[in-house]
Design a protein around this ligand. Sequence first.
Ligand SMILES: Nc1ncnc2c1ncn2[C@@H]1O[C@H](COP(=O)(O)OP(=O)(O)OP(=O)(O)O)[C@@H](O)[C@H]1O
Ligand SMILES: [Mg+2]
Length: 511
Amino acid sequence: MQPLLKVENVTKRFHQVVANDSVSFEVMPGEIHCLLGENGAGKSTIAECIYGFYKPDKGSISVNGEVLDLDSPAEAIRHGIGMVHQHFVLVTSMTVLENIVIGTDAATAILNLQSATDRIKAICARYEVEIDLNSKVWQLTVGQQQWVEILKALFLGARLLIMDEPTAVLTPQESRRLFKIFREMTGDGMSIILISHKLDEVMQSDRVTVLRKGKRVGTVVTRDSSKSELTNLMVGRDVNLNLVRERSDVGLPMLVVSGLHAANDFGTDKLNGVDLTLNRGEIVGIAGVAGNGQKELFETLMGVRRATSGRVMLADQDITNKTPREVQQAGIGHVPDDRFAEGLIPDFDIQSNLVLGVHRDQPFARRGFLKFGQIRSFAKQAMDEFAIQAPSAQTICRTLSGGNAQKVIVAREFAQASRVILANQPSRGLDVGVIEYMHKRLFEKRKEGFAILIASEELDELLALSDRILVLFKGQIVGEFSHGAVDLERVGLLMAGHFDDAPNPNADRSL
Ligand SMILES: Nc1ncnc2c1ncn2[C@@H]1O[C@H](COP(=O)(O)OP(=O)(O)OP(=O)(O)O)[C@@H](O)[C@H]1O
Ligand SMILES: [Mg+2]
């Protein structure tokens, strides 16, 4: 059988960074082929080369034996290559239909639009995707927005679909469904290139190509390999995501939230009376399906969103509806879930982002003057600790890989906080080596007496970290479990809104 895609000796540089160093691999028809590698290994870059967004400096890319002269995504699309990006590129004020047909012939004539609609509906029916073509994209969940991206690629006739960390933003149910549909697609003869840091997902592929520092270190048949072999290929050592939990002396309440109410940006109530207490020396995990108020809870605690009622006490200080700067100065650090929108100023360099918010304070400034020496040495240390890969502390954050951007935020917030850390999906997009390091640091902070709140859609991560797990459903805490007494079955039922232990037949089909 002839490969559908052949990548041969592709090299791509950005100034002094060699993002891809003579990379070669092949994708067969009907194959799910994973690209695996540490943050900054060059996965997104090679994907963008195949999609024609970047032109390789050297090497060739061929489809069905024909060497492509790709110099734009339009050319790639003509050859049946589609891509869903790590950060979506939809126009949120337009409808699903408009987003799919934009830039195609169908967008210009009413007759074409009708046949386009029919074709999109047929694709939806084939893969059992229920989506209203007339809703505006901003009204959709992140999972549904991803479907719009996939439908767009299929509408344009993709035979090879490149997915860059698709499930980083999906709920576990959505990601299970996505994989089922991937298999139906490959059954229809399509091929998929999947980029993911989640080893459970990687293990569902047919083959895996591992990249390390821009070079290919190997391609393996997935069923002949294992998670630990893949981890070793990727980071060059064993990684342990189940660190030994040392005993921690849980102290007095540090952060006490009572009866908290808040709405989302569209005025819909998202927090409906949240009560929770974080004690010193304790990690509390929030389990819940995305969209049940996690985002609003963290934002309200941080002063980014207004509480409509209720109270937030930090020790004996009332911090309800204080400004973000006041909350930060009170000793609370925050890792938001949307790194490019809320966590970073993309056009600033790494060192500026690392001292964001405290650059006017000791030790980074004195009498109104910034102390650049201090800022530089702090940045260097943070970059070493979190293995932030960039040519220097003056690298602009926009050019960082997704995971490296996330590391800048985590490093800053861990360094700035003195009493409380609030982290919403902190490990999203991080490679396993960095997750291991972050977990180690969280345990250190817990030992130092920090009160820590973490939301994660990875139950395994919550189980490994948390002293207590709270389940958030429709803006309320509906269950609590202490470490060692977690009933996973029950957590799952509560997350799906079942308080009477009856399984919900529709839980897996919600899109
Ligand atoms: N437009 C750009 N300008 C400069 N450097 C870039 C640019 N895009 C990527 N890089 C650099 O190329 C390297 C590879 O980045 P890439 O985004 O391909 O990594 P990745 O494997 O996708 O990582 P992640 O898992 O974090 O998403 C990184 O060092 C990154 O900083
Ligand atoms: Mg990437």
